[in-house]
Write a protein that binds this ligand. Structure first.
Ligand SMILES: Cc1cc2nc3c(=O)[nH]c(=O)nc-3n(C[C@H](O)[C@H](O)[C@H](O)COP(=O)(O)O)c2cc1C
Length: 485
C-alpha cells in the first residue's frame, strides 16, 4: 500500500500593520478632530467621522495596511489619517504572524517618505544582503540598519537573524525555500524594497562591491557612508545637536587642558602688546555673527569679492595618476588647502536678502566665477534657512546661507578609509577662509554644525550619496549693536 502523500503545510502570510509611535497618543476631540500628542509636541491631523475616530483607536496596537485599501468612506478616511501620521514620522510598522500575533520585525522609518512596500520575488531571483546593511544591539534590541535604507528593521525573532546570516552570500529564492520551510517571502520583499537586500542579475555574478548600485556608491567605504548619514540630519531619527545626553552621568571636561607636569618653557616673554601683523590682527578680530542687519544687506559686489577671495579656481592643470595605466586627472588650485588637491567642495547659496541678487538657490561655478540659478521650491528654501536660523538661535534667516556640498567621488576615487574624514578637514579649511574674509570685509558670518542631507537632495535632485552637504556657513552684514558672537 502506498503511504499517503504528506500535505505541504500552508504558510500563513504575516500581517503588516501601521502603529502609532510609542511616544505619542491620539487625542480625539468632541468635534471629530484628531491630534497626535507627546509630552512636548502636538500634531493636528484633521477632522474625521465617528467610525473613523473609533477605528483610529486601533493604531495603538496596529492597523493592518490591507484594511486601508477599501473604497468605503471609512477606509479612505483611515487611509488619509495613516498617511498623515506617516508624513510626520509618527508611525512604525509591525510584521507579525496572525497565528500568535508575535512580531517578526518592527520597521522604523528613517526618512520622511518611507512607506512599506513588498518587492515581488520569484523562485528564480537571487538576492544578497547589501554591503551597507549591519546588525547591532540597541539597548535590549537587535536592529538591522543601512545608510542606504529608508527604514531600520528591529529584529524580534532570532530566526530572522539566522536568515540574514545566510544572506551574506547570494541565495536563490527557490533554494532558500527548500532549506527553510518557514522562509518569509513578505519579509524578504520588504527588505529588498528598502535596500537592505539587493537583487542580483545573472551577469552581476557574486554580488560583491562593484555590482551594488551605481559608480558613485561603489566608491563609498562602509564606515564613511554610515558616518555621513548618521552625523547629518535627514536619514535617521536620532536626536541631533546639543542635547547634553550624558550631562547627568559624566562631568564636563575643563575649557583648557590642565598642563603636563614636565619642565615649562614660557613663551610669554615673546608676546607683543598689539597683534604682530595685519594678519594676526585679522585672526584676533574674527568672531561669529549670527544676527544680520536686514536694512543694509550684503551686496552682490561684496558677495562676488567674498567668493573670489575665498573659493574661486585660480588655475587648472592635468596630471597622470601614480598607478600603472591610470588615466590623466584634471586638477585646480584655489585659495585654501585641500587633500590631494581634489577640491571636492561645491558651494550652494540660499539667498534670502542680498542687494542686487534675487532670492533663490544658486550654485557657485568656481571655475567661471559665476552664480548659476537652480530652480528650488520656496518651501524647501524656507526650510533650509529656518534650520540655519534655529541652529544659530538667531532672530531671522541669514542673508546668505552657504551650503558646502561635497562631490564625494572626487576624493573617494583615490583615497581608501580616510576619504570622508579628509572631506570634513577640507571643510574646516574653507570655513576658516570664510570667517577671515568676512571679518576683513566688515561682514559677519557663522559656521553651522548641522545640515539636512535629505532636504538638500530633494531641493537639488542630487542623490545623497553623489553630492551632498558637509557644512554650512551663514553670511551677511552684522547688526551694529551686536558685540562678540
Ligand atoms: C564646525 C563648527 C560648527 C559650528 N556650529 C555652530 C552652530 O550650529 N550654531 C552656532 O550658533 N554656532 C556654531 N558655530 C560657531 C561657534 O559656536 C563659535 O565659533 C564659537 O562659539 C567661538 O566663537 P567665535 O567664533 O565668535 O570666536 C560653529 C563653529 C564651528 C567651527
Amino acid at each position: 500500500m502506498r503511504a499517503p502523500r504528506k500535505k505541504p503545510s500552508r504558510t500563513i502570510a504575516p500581517i503588516i500593520a501601521a502603529r502609532l509611535n510609542g511616544r505619542f497618543t491620539l487625542h480625539m476631540q468632541a468635534d471629530g478632530g484628531i491630534a497626535a500628542v507627546s509630552s512636548d509636541y502636538s500634531v493636528s491631523l484633521g477632522q474625521f467621522g465617528a467610525a473613523a475616530t473609533a477605528r483610529a483607536g486601533h493604531l495603538a496596537t496596529g492597523l493592518p495596511l490591507a484594511s486601508l485599501a477599501g473604497k468605503s468612506v471609512l477606509a479612505q478616511q483611515i487611509h488619509a489619517l495613516v498617511r498623515r501620521l506617516a508624513q510626520h514620522g509618527l508611525l512604525d510598522y509591525r510584521l507579525f504572524s496572525p497565528r500568535d500575533a508575535q512580531d517578526l520585525v518592527v520597521i522604523e522609518p528613517q526618512i520622511a517618505e518611507y512607506w512599506p512596500q513588498r518587492a515581488k520575488l520569484s523562485g528564480s531571483d537571487t538576492i544578497v544582503l547589501s554591503r551597507f546593511a549591519y546588525l547591532r544591539r540597541r539597548g535590549n534590541e537587535m536592529v538591522l540598519e543601512s545608510p542606504c535604507a529608508g527604514a531600520l528593521f528591529r529584529i524580534c525573532d532570532p530566526a530572522v537573524a539566522a536568515t540574514l546570516a545566510t544572506l551574506s552570500q547570494p541565495q536563490k529564492i527557490s533554494r532558500l525555500r527548500r532549506q527553510a520551510a518557514s522562509l518569509n517571502l513578505d519579509l524578504l520583499g520588504l527588505l529588498l524594497d528598502s535596500g537592505m537586500l539587493i537583487r542580483l542579475d545573472m551577469k552581476d555574478g557574486n554580488g560583491l562591491r562593484v555590482t551594488e548600485g551605481d559608480h558613485n556608491l561603489v566608491l563609498w567605504d562602509f564606515h564613511d557612508l554610515v558616518f555621513h548619514t548618521r552625523s547629518t540630519e535627514g536619514r535617521h531619527t536620532d536626536p541631533v545637536g546639543g542635547t547634553y545626553a550624558y550631562a547627568g552621568a559624566v562631568p564636563p571636561l575643563p575649557a583648557v587642558r590642565p598642563p603636563w607636569p614636565g619642565k615649562k618653557v614660557t613663551l610669554n616673554k615673546f608676546a607683543t602688546p598689539e597683534p604682530a601683523s595685519p594678519f594676526a590682527k585679522l585672526l584676533r578680530e574674527r568672531h561669529s555673527t549670527r544676527d544680520f542687519d536686514d536694512q543694509h544687506p550684503v551686496t552682490l559686489a561684496e558677495l562676488a569679492q567674498f567668493l573670489d577671495t575665498t573659493a574661486r579656481v585660480l588655475s587648472e592643470w592635468k596630471s597622470g595618476v601614480d598607478v600603472d595605466g591610470g588615466p590623466e586627472v584634471t586638477y585646480s588650485s584655489r585659495p585654501y588647502p585641500a587633500a590631494g588637491s581634489a577640491y571636492e567642495l561645491e558651494l550652494y547659496l540660499t539667498v534670502s536678502n542680498c542687494e542686487g541678487l534675487a532670492r533663490g538657490l544658486y550654485h557657485y561655478d568656481a571655475g567661471g566665477h559665476a552664480l548659476v540659478a537652480i530652480d528650488a521650491s520656496a518651501q524647501h528654501l524656507r526650510a533650509l534657512s529656518m534650520a540655519a536660523e534655529f541652529a544659530m538661535d538667531a532672530s531671522g534667516p541669514p542673508q546668505i546661507l552657504i551650503t558646502i556640498a561635497a562631490r564625494f567621488g572626487r576624493i573617494s576615487w583615490k583615497y581608501s578609509s580616510i576619504a570622508y574624514s579628509l572631506i570634513l578637514k577640507d571643510v574646516g579649511c574653507l570655513i576658516q577662509n570664510f570667517y577671515l574674509a568676512a571679518t576683513d570685509m566688515g561682514l559677519g558670518g557663522c559656521a553651522i554644525g548641522t545640515s539636512n542631507i535629505d532636504l538638500f537632495a530633494r531641493m537639488t535632485g542630487l542623490e545623497f550619496h553623489v553630492e551632498g552637504p558637509v557644512g554650512q556657513f551663514a553670511l551677511g552684514r552684522g547688526r551694529k549693536a551686536e558685540g562678540q558672537g
